[in-house]
Design a protein around this ligand. Structure first.
Ligand SMILES: [Zn+2]
Length: 310
């Protein structure tokens, strides 16, 4: 049994220490050094480490149906509060500190990345639609709150079931159970508290108030509808990173080198959606429509609880 999906490589830890130097340089008034260090921290090897554990989550599964594992439960039996309240988040952060409970990586709140991006827009790129065009160190340290036992398996949004994680450990875990991923329950190990402050010291340098992503999510995002209710029993949901809706079509960035379009109709519905922190579109349709376009449906299949729609 392993501690996490993918052991952090030394280059990732180095990138995080470079981020620290960048923040301290900025706070000391050395903007040239800060810019150089933010640029240096954005190294391709970190993105290579994240990808594909982040983007092709089904590859993280070790056992599809482990004996004695928990099962999905009916929606009516699940915790009605899938979203974790701010109060629980505060308590979890106080308990765990800025450190992933699975792999031990230091983690940083998204607000800090937004401040860094406001200060150094060229050195801290962040394309919300394309994961490969985001600052790789800020991706790696992106603080997350993970349901250890998946919500769909009866896991509660409680302090007992929620832990701090890095992006790879949360996004890579997706809807799978610890047994499916062959990962030890992190709650069996006490949190390791360190002096790392999550780069929170950069908040004092914020050029304008950074709107909390939590507020945005609560106001604008909602759990999606069950597609089968909308367009028939054989419809499934497929998420495409970077896709967008325009003039009655869902436009999909190249898959195997070829861009594709889906015309919206009674049998094809599209929604702008966010999955694992990346924007794109969910298409609700029969999988045959993907097959006809040469797209392997299972690579894009998602369940309603796996994404949020606008
Ligand atoms: Zn981690």
């Amino acid at each position: 049994m392993r501690l996490c999906i993918k052991e952090p490589i030394p280059e990732v830890r180095i990138a995080i220490s470079v981020l620290e130097v960048a923040v301290d340089a900025h706070l000391a008034g050395d903007e040239d050094l800060a810019a150089a260090k933010f640029r240096e921290a954005n190294c391709p090897i970190t993105w290579q480490w994240l990808n594909e554990a982040w983007t092709k989550v089904h590859k993280n599964v070790v056992l599809k149906r482990p004996e004695g594992d928990t099962q999905e439960i009916p929606k009516s039996d699940r915790d009605p509060d899938r979203n974790i309240t701010q109060c629980i988040k505060d308590l979890v952060l106080e308990r765990d500190g800025y450190r992933c409970r699975y792999c031990g990586l230091p983690v940083v709140h998204a607000d800090i990345r937004k401040i860094a991006r406001q200060l150094y827009p060229n050195e801290v790129p962040w394309n919300p639609r394309i994961a490969a065009e985001q600052h790789s160190a800020f991706q790696a340290v992106w603080l997350q709150f993970d349901h250890v036992e998946p919500h769909s398996h009866g896991g509660k949004s409680s302090i007992e079931n929620v832990v701090i994680t890095c992006a790879l450990c949360n996004f890579g875990k997706d809807r799978f159970t610890l047994r499916q991923l062959d990962i030890e329950d992190p709650r069996l190990r006490p949190p390791v508290l360190t002096n790392f402050d999550g780069l929170e010291r950069l908040r004092q340098a914020a050029p304008s108030p950074v709107r909390s992503s939590r507020v945005v999510k609560e106001r604008r995002l909602k759990p999606c509808n069950d597609p089968s209710e909308a367009i028939g029993f054989n419809a499934e949901a497929f998420f495409f990173e970077g896709a967008y809706i325009s003039s009655g079509y869902v436009n999909i960035p190249p898959v195997n080198g070829k861009a594709r379009w889906f015309k919206l109709s009674d049998t094809v519905q599209g929604e702008v959606a966010v999955r694992n922190g990346v924007k794109g579109c969910v298409i609700h349709c029969a999988r045959e429509l993907l097959d006809r376009r040469g797209i392997h449906a299972d690579d894009y299949l998602v369940r309603p609880e796996q994404f949020l729609t606008y």
